[in-house]
Design a protein around this ligand. Structure first.
Ligand SMILES: [Fe+2]
Length: 510
């Protein structure tokens, strides 16, 4: 505060010889010494409490100006909110409400009535009022408008140089308090919020400097690694890593140095030596100038999660293998009874899987088609073996009996919850696109894609191989048959893929 700057005080409009307490003006009130003494008194009284300081400054203003009232209104949300009021009789008090009762209208200190425009908020305005003078000063500091100081005098007042300096000083001092209060509150709130987040969050939160030293850790961070907070803060990450993990950490640090957030998994060793799988989500930590000064990382122990995941995958794989072996066992049993179709299902499965792959289906779908094909004629167990192995043409009733194998197969399998529609494929493998197939006479898209593929493989394998009632016709004749029926009986995409497999892919039955 530049007190030396006051000088050359003139009389201004100040009246002399006021008698009311508490600012009983001593003789020589107008003197520089008296004013400096009041300011120094006020300065000595200022403490850490900004609100109290502002009340004190408003009172100082009233005393120095010989005012009857002084009001400080804080600028909030674009409006002025009465905050502190000082009167000769009562001194300064906090108002903190939107209405200021008791301020004399003639002095125009009531809010709303004399809300100054931007110009007044910025500067200083002296206006005559009914029986007195009103002075309005903008409170600005640090490039921010904080509010307005209004001084009411019960006399005609001419603004002198000293009055201007007093008003500017008080306004600036209030601005400083406002800024300090604002930053203090904001800083305290931020600190408190950060502390709460750091302490209550269940994830481990830590800060690591660019040399991998742990410089901060919350309780969860320490707990995950089995140390106390004091112990963990003196550690370097290198001491906590399983050999081989350091390169990964350094590569991730490099990414963060470039400003990227990273998420990765690490094997870390606890204090007791136990290795745990840790998932790290980390963001770069920068100083106010933007320089990389470390990493803020959240860590979660995912060891159990990983174990459970591995067990689940292992369990699923074992279940899959069990399903496959069961299907193979059923097939083998059926084939023992019906040697003529022995190998038919296996070869159909081989071809159907190749067609499925050729048409772009994924491994999962291919597997389903393979397994459905391996078992597609299972329903033939219900057909007398004399009919199945009968050489020569079948009687219509015998043919009808053979046709039941689709539905029988479906009934055998329908209760089993395969991860694929195996029972439906078995039911539909003799359906044809134009509805001429059996048993349901389904058409086009009513037939599962898987079943349409098995149908093509089934026809090709059957024609290419030896049958009890005829010798093998060969692959060429088989391909000719499906080409002729493409789009009418057989799925064109499957026909095309099958043809390609034999003619370009060099496909052969085992
Ligand atoms: Fe069949």
């Amino acid at each position: 505060m530049v007190l030396d700057g006051f000088g050359g005080f003139g009389n201004g409009g100040r009246r002399i010889g006021r008698s009311s307490a508490p600012s009983l003006p001593p003789p020589g009130r107008e003197s520089t010494a008296w004013i400096l003494a009041r300011i120094n008194e006020c300065n000595l009284e200022l403490g850490l409490d900004s609100d109290r300081n502002i009340r004190r400054l408003v009172a100082l203003c009233g005393t120095l100006m010989g005012a009857v009232q002084v009001g400080y209104e804080r600028l909030r949300d674009g409006g002025l909110q009465p905050t502190v009021r000082w009167t000769e009789a009562t001194g300064a008090e906090a108002v903190h409400s939107t209405a200021v009762p008791g301020l004399e209208p003639r002095l125009s200190l009531e809010p709303g009535a004399a809300v100054p425009g931007a110009g007044a908020v910025n500067g200083l305005k002296v206006e005559p009022t009914d029986g007195g003078t009103r002075v309005t000063v903008g409170v600005r500091y640090g490039g921010v408008r904080w509010g307005v100081l209004r001084v009411a005098l019960d006399r005609v007042f001419v603004l002198g140089d000293i009055d201007r300096r007093i008003l500017e000083f008080v306004a600036a001092a209030i601005g400083i308090e406002e800024q300090r209060e604002g930053s203090e509150v904001a800083r305290r709130q931020t600190e408190e919020r950060s502390r709460l987040v750091f302490e209550t969050i269940r994830d481990g939160l830590g800060i690591v400097d660019p040399f991998e030293n742990v410089v901060f850790a919350n309780q969860a961070y320490a707990d995950i690694l089995g140390f106390t907070r004091e112990e963990i803060v003196s550690k370097n990450l290198r001491e906590l890593l399983v050999p081989g993990e350091l390169d990964k950490v350094l590569a991730q640090t490099e990414q963060r140095r470039e400003g990227k957030a990273t998420v990765y998994e690490l094997a870390m060793r606890r204090k007791d030596g136990e290795v745990r799988q840790i998932r790290v989500s980390a963001v770069p930590w920068r100083d106010p100038n933007g320089a990389f000064v470390g990493t803020i990382g959240a860590i979660v122990d995912i060891t159990e999660e990983k174990k459970a995941e591995a067990e689940r995958l292992d369990h699923t794989a074992r279940l899959r293998r069990a399903i496959e072996k069961t299907i193979q066992a059923i097939t083998t049993m059926a084939e023992l009874r019906d040697p003529y179709t022995a190998g038919h299902q296996r070869r159909v499965a081989q071809l159907a899987a190749a067609i499925a792959r050729e048409t772009g289906l994924d491994d999962e779908a291919v597997q389903g088609i393979y397994l459905a094909s391996v078992i597609h004629d299972i329903g033939k167990v219900a057909v007398p073996s004399e009919i199945l192995s009968k050489p020569g043409r079948l009687e219509p009733v015998e043919f009808q009996l053979i046709q039941t194998h689709c539905t029988t197969g479906y009934n055998i399998l329908k209760e089993i919850e395969f991860p694929w529609p195996i029972a439906q494929v078995v039911a539909q493998h003799h359906e044809r696109l134009d509805g001429s197939g059996y048993p349901a006479g389904l058409k086009g898209a009513q037939i599962l894609r898987e079943a349409r593929i098995v149908a093509v493989a089934d026809v090709v394998e059957a024609m290419a191989s030896h049958r009890p009632y005829r010798p093998a016709l060969g692959v060429g004749v088989a391909l000719e048959e499906i080409r002729k029926g493409s789009g009418r009986l057989y799925d064109p995409e499957a026909v095309e893929a099958c043809t390609r497999l034999f003619e370009q892919g060099g496909f052969e039955f085992d």
